[in-house]
Every structure is written in C-alpha cells, then in structure tokens.
Design a protein. Structure first.
Length: 126
C-alpha cells in the first residue's frame, strides 16, 4: 500500500531560474546533496532537479522540461499568492477556480514555471 509521496523529479533547462521561481516566489528551500544533486524542499516532500541532458540514472523514459502538471497546497490566502505572482510579473493563466483536491474541494490559480510546467496553486475550501 502506498502511504504518501516522498519526492518527484523535474527535468529543467536552467537550475538557477528554477531555483528563483520555486524559492523566491513559492517559498521552497533549495538544497544540494550527494554528488551534484539538487532539490527543492517544501513541507515533508521535495522535488529533485535534473538538468536536461545531464539527468541522473535511472530516469523517466521521456525526461523532458515542461511536461509536468503539479498542484501545490499553499499556506495563507490565495489572494496573497496571486498578488505576489502578479508583482513578480508571472501571468495567471486561470483562476481562481473551483477544483477537487485529494481531500476535498479546493480553489486554485494556474501559472507556468520557467520551463512551462503547469503549476496549480491551491487552498482547501472551508
């Protein structure tokens, strides 16, 4: 039986641009570990970063930048996150809109990260 998600891997074209978006805008923590490995830490989970063309083995069959569609539950108010994104020049693609999360109804906004991955930022309703 699966208990929870520990980490996932994003293949990216530019580690520094990715780090800036996820750390400066979304508040994740950057970490280097092992032999040249990099990760973004948030809550009890992390995103390992692989530089396109220099992925660690084993890797996904088609490890490509811009192929992820991820949803993150944020702390605080969605309006505050939306204002932060707009102030940083990041376009809101859609939202706020009603969606369904793993544990119930959520309200979400959608943006793209530097590799054009679709990033859904959400809060649980009620």
């Amino acid at each position: 039986m699966i208990k929870n998600l520990d980490h996932l891997v994003l293949t990216v074209t530019d580690i520094e641009r990715t780090k800036a978006f996820y750390c400066e805008i979304l508040g994740m923590i950057y970490e280097e570990f092992g032999e040249g490995r990099r990760a973004l830490i948030f809550g009890p989970s992390k995103i390992n970063l692989h530089l396109a063309g220099h992925e660690f083995e084993p890797k996904a069959h088609l490890a490509k930048p811009g192929t992820a569609d991820l949803c993150f539950i944020i702390e605080g108010e969605l309006a505050e996150m939306q204002a932060r994104l707009v102030a940083a020049g990041i376009a809101i693609l859609e939202g706020p809109v009603a969606r369904t999360g793993a544990r119930g109804s959520i309200t979400s906004i959608y943006v793209r990260d530097p590799d054009l991955n679709l990033i859904e930022l959400s809060v649980y309703d009620g």
